[in-house]
Write a protein that binds this ligand. Sequence first.
Ligand code: NAP
Length: 339
Amino acid sequence: MRNRQVLLKSRPVGIPQAEHFEIVETPVPALRAGQVLVRNLYLSVEPAMRGWVNAAANYSDPVPVGAVMRSLAAGRIEASEHPDWKPGDLVCGMFGWQDYAAVDAASIGPATFGRRVTETDLPLSLSLGVLGLNGLTAYFGLLEVAGPKPGDTVVVSTAAGSVGSAVGQIAKLSGCRTVGIAGGPDKVRQCIETFGYDAAIDYKAGDLAQRLRDACPAGVDVYFDNTSGPISDAVMVQLAIGARVAICGTAAVANWDPIPAGPRIERHLLVKRARIQGFVIFDWTSRFPHALARLADWVRSGRLRYLEEVLEGIEQAPDAIAGLYRGENLGKRLIRIAS
Ligand SMILES: NC(=O)c1ccc[n+]([C@@H]2O[C@H](COP(=O)([O-])OP(=O)(O)OC[C@H]3O[C@@H](n4cnc5c(N)ncnc54)[C@H](OP(=O)(O)O)[C@@H]3O)[C@@H](O)[C@H]2O)c1
């Protein structure tokens, strides 16, 4: 048994590209007392992984050069030196871009997005998407930070993506009218046909400001911001009185050093009595189990739909983050490395 691992080879500035990673083979690690050996089946690819490898200050320490790339993964316990876990148990957590991870069982918990996967009636891969980081981010970011009210017009950027698609649907479940912003006609079609948005805008097709005015004639009550950049610049000036903006992600900004300049919006926020709040999903770990149960119920009843884009083989990993920033993914991007 060999362990293929994707290591961070050099530190990127901005978006990590394939050349910043290398794949090596090492022996499968031996277990110490209290550890479990996880056979990863799916590796996750997140836009946030850009921040995890950059030197600039973030909410977590940068992955050291030469280390296994930090990532969420879902898999099966192969061997256990911990009484609570047995071979065959399904699990997800921060297991890294590698075939096998020797993990302290005590570290598998909400703080690392880890858990025993008990929804055996649903695909294991969902624990990395709609029933994992992405679904939880949509759930708490929308319901707790933005506070949607029935009748609100909710605008979502990266609306066809993993977080955005769940935000749009949870907003609909909350009685809102939803407008998605996504790149290209295929994603716009997905927004309407798969995720039930009331309107969807292709931001790459030009004249975003006019399209937004057409889609939101009474203004934007809630903006769930996954991009920052030009999309947000266009949305901010169309906020309605009392609008709430939840800053979830900054996918459109390639580099925060130096901090890019943009339009000044303070006067506009003042006039609109608007509120902007950023958030990091770690702050709700104690409430993950309840939220996951609700999300799973919605998935089972068909009220929360999801799409996955599954790349085959660990060889796909080095270029996978850059591909997210090229907008290639149609749904939650995963890498399947074993069946
Ligand atoms: N705050 C938190 O705690 C938290 C937790 C998880 C995720 N997030 C954030 O949530 C956002 C969505 O994450 P996700 O996993 O669901 O990813 P995703 O939306 O499935 O994939 C990323 C998408 O970003 C869009 N994008 C890339 N470059 C762009 C650009 N220059 N301008 C506009 N859009 C661009 C692309 O969609 P288009 O083709 O539509 O442009 C791409 O498909 C990310 O910003 C992520 O960092 C935040």
